[in-house]
Design a protein around this ligand. Structure first.
Ligand SMILES: [Zn+2]
Ligand SMILES: [Zn+2]
Length: 257
């Protein structure tokens, strides 16, 4: 069964998804899920974006199964590594995504991040934050959405063109592999042809550098989006010689297609 390893339910600040609808959709479409609620400590201006983790396990424990795992998406920043590490250690998460939502204290989501910066400057700032965090966050399982910045950048061409960012990409991949982590194929942008082509180059490099496994996640905040663009993600796996996996009890498992 395919597993969508990146789903936000109503425990995430920016989602209202009900577990009931998520389970129904997953059953209908024959796809398993891992919930990965947002944990972004020291978010913009130092406020924590968090959730009631005890309640999360209390409420959802009874739904846990071979098709439903309970995870977390940790927003990585260098100034809250130990706090994040302790939370991850304290709870029985199945899976931990490490993501960059903030680069050097600035929120990538807002147009302000790009003001007065060339694309090269903004993207290099993003990648250097990612590199620094991937090196230090040795307690994650998978690096989330490497193309997150392309969702929100304000340039004519927001893609991570391989030739433009070869060094940044290979530095990040090297750190991922050095720490024994995997990369996520985030399916959010795979409907966009240009994104798809650029991502293939990134995952080909990942494979050439020794990467073997990827998790696949839709980043759904609405139940209808669970499993979105999985066909394209599987194509990327085939083209790049990567095996799709998911995590259960922090252990990697193969997805059977
Ligand atoms: Zn994210
Ligand atoms: Zn997410």
């Amino acid at each position: 069964m395919m597993i969508d390893s990146h789903v936000h339910t109503e425990f995430s600040e920016d989602s209202q998804m009900k577990i009931k609808n998520a389970l129904e959709h997953s059953r209908k479409n024959n796809i398993g899920m891992t919930f990965t609620e947002h944990l972004d400590l020291k978010f913009s201006k130092g406020t924590d974006i968090t959730f009631d983790i005890d309640k999360y396990f209390n409420d959802y424990e009874k739904y846990r199964s071979s098709n439903l795992m309970l995870g977390v998406e940790v927003g990585m920043q260098p100034n809250c590594i130990e706090e994040n590490r302790n939370i991850v250690k304290r709870y029985p998460f199945d899976y931990v995504i490490g993501s960059i939502h903030i680069a050097m204290g600035e929120d990538i989501y807002y147009p302000k991040f790009y003001d007065g910066k060339t694309k090269k400057e903004a993207f290099e700032k993003y990648f250097s934050s990612m590199l620094e965090c991937v090196k230090q966050y040795d307690f994650i399982d998978s690096l989330g959405h490497i193309d997150y910045i392309s969702r929100y950048a304000t340039y004519n061409d927001n893609e991570i063109n391989y030739n433009e960012f070869t060094q940044c990409i290979s530095d990040v991949i090297k750190a991922v592999l050095y720490n024994g982590k995997v990369m996520e194929v985030n399916t959010r942008r795979l409907g966009n042809k240009q994104a798809y082509i650029n991502l293939i180059n990134i995952y080909k490099t990942y494979n050439q550098m020794g990467g073997k496994y990827v998790t696949i996640g839709s980043d759904a905040h609405h139940f209808e989006d669970i499993g979105n663009n999985f066909k394209e993600a599987i194509e990327i796996c085939k083209l790049c010689n990567l095996k799709p996996v998911y995590f259960k009890k922090r252990k990697m498992e193969y997805m059977d297609k």
